[in-house]
Design a protein around this ligand. Structure first.
Ligand SMILES: [Zn+2]
Length: 437
């Protein structure tokens, strides 16, 4: 049998922190043709990529980003307070000047950053509180144009509310008619609690009408009275939408009392709702009304994960009015998550890696692991296991999509020049050998 590409000697994620066996991965067309013990596949005629013990995984998923706002930082001015509200005000100004080409140019640039760093599926919210839907039309066009690089799914996102924005319901319907993949929402931002509940009911009614899944922003506040997620879970069960509903941020859960959280987590598990934590944005945007002690403003990632609720990690912002930093690296986002959630236990690091790979793929209905006969969508990282991936946030040596090499980064090599003339390589890994050397 002949192959197009053979990747030699890699460790497949999830490794489970075991001494993972080294394997060769052979690709024919868009499919993984074979996975065999290292050194046993005939690579005659194939492009051979030397894995040298590196970690090989399904591509990263960015389950939550705002491509219409990326790379607008400083336009028309910087968010000097760093708060959510100044971010929303700054975006409201910048939104007036959006053009079709402006949105496409910035979104494409951010997509290239994400693809170069191993992301194969991006779920982007698009602000549809705009009578002309400029950003949505631009991103719908871009979705086709980048199909060779990444699968882009678009979520109709009512940034300024649905009931609280003129013609909000009509704009949501129009966004779905134009081709959005998923229904977004923001119930905690409506003017009243009752409007927020009405918004949730509208989202599920729209899901019935269109057949689309739901991916809403929910309870992104430190207000422990913000409790729209229970309505989301209840409608998910009543409408039989288990596995098709995603709730982003849910930071209020970090402020709920334990008795209420206990109840909420039980119904979330029954409803099969996926929770997206966005730690890069939320560690800087939440806790802003606190003096000290100051809350972390993140949802209960560790507790949700332990209960078997599907938890994923999003990038959310890349250099926009809410978050001036970011470079489109899902490993940056995950590194922040394990810090804020205190998931630095050995096994927790391995669980966390699934939040940008298998868990996130499950929420999107795409392949959750590499297997023979599965799609040849994969990344090879410059590290040996998942814990190292989070610690080093290394470059992606190779990124394959449908069997085609779509990105590569040469291995970096740092050296230190000693005073005696020696040059010492630095690998950022522990020296071999234990206490006895
Ligand atoms: Zn968001």
């Amino acid at each position: 049998m002949s192959f197009d590409v053979v990747i030699r000697s890699v460790r497949l994620a999830p490794t489970g922190d075991a001494a993972a066996q080294l394997v060769d991965v052979a690709v024919t067309g868009p499919t993984i043709a074979a996975i065999r013990p290292a050194g046993t596949l005939d690579s005659a005629g194939a492009v051979e990529l030397p894995g040298d013990g590196r970690l090989c995984s399904i591509p990263f998923v960015d389950p939550h980003v705002h491509l219409d706002a990326v790379l607008t930082v400083g336009e028309p001015h910087h968010n000097e307070s760093g708060t959510l509200i100044e971010g929303i005000q700054t975006w409201a100004e910048r939104k007036q000047t959006l053009t079709h080409e402006d949105v496409k140019r910035r979104a494409l640039e951010a997509i290239l950053w994400e693809v170069a760093q191993g992301t194969g599926l991006i779920r982007s919210h698009v602000d549809v509180c705009d009578p002309s839907l400029v950003a949505l039309r631009a991103l719908l066009e871009l979705r086709q144009e980048v199909a060779d690089l990444v699968e882009l799914r678009l979520i109709a996102f009512p940034q300024d509310g649905i009931l609280s924005f003129p013609d909000g319901e009509a704009l949501m319907r129009e966004a779905m008619r134009l081709g959005c993949d998923l229904i977004g929402g923001i119930p905690h931002y409506e003017w009243t609690r009752e409007d927020g509940i009405a918004e949730v009911q509208f989202l599920f009614d729209l899901a019935r009408e269109t057949g689309a899944g739901i991916d809403l922003h929910c309870d992104e506040t430190d207000d422990e009275q913000s409790r729209f997620l229970e309505h989301v879970a209840a409608r998910t069960m009543r409408d039989g939408m288990q596995g098709r509903v995603v709730a982003g941020h849910t930071t209020a859960m970090g402020s709920y009392n334990d008795a209420y959280s206990f109840k909420l987590l039980q119904i979330l598990r029954r409803a099969g709702v996926t929770i997206v934590a966005n730690p890069l944005d939320n560690i800087v945007l939440q806790g802003r009304f606190d003096s000290y002690p100051k809350r972390r403003g993140m949802t209960r990632v560790k507790e949700l994960d332990r209960l078997g609720i599907n938890v994923v990690c999003g990038h959310d912002s890349i250099m926009d009015p809410w978050y001036p930093l970011g470079r489109g690296s899902m490993l940056d986002a995950l590194s922040m998550l394990v810090h804020v959630a205190q998931m630095t236990g050995r096994s927790e690091l391995f669980s966390a890696f699934a939040m940008i790979t298998g868990n996130a793929a499950r929420a999107s209905g795409t392949a959750t692991e590499l297997r023979e006969g599965g799609p040849a969508d994969l990344v090879v990282l410059d590290c040996e296991d998942e814990a190292e991936a989070i610690r080093l946030r290394p470059p992606c040596r190779w990124v394959l999509r449908q069997g085609r090499l779509v990105a590569e980064t040469p291995s970096g090599a740092s050296v230190v020049h000693r005073g005696d003339g020696r040059t010492v390589p630095v690998t950022f890994t522990k020296p071999r050998g234990g206490p006895t050397g």
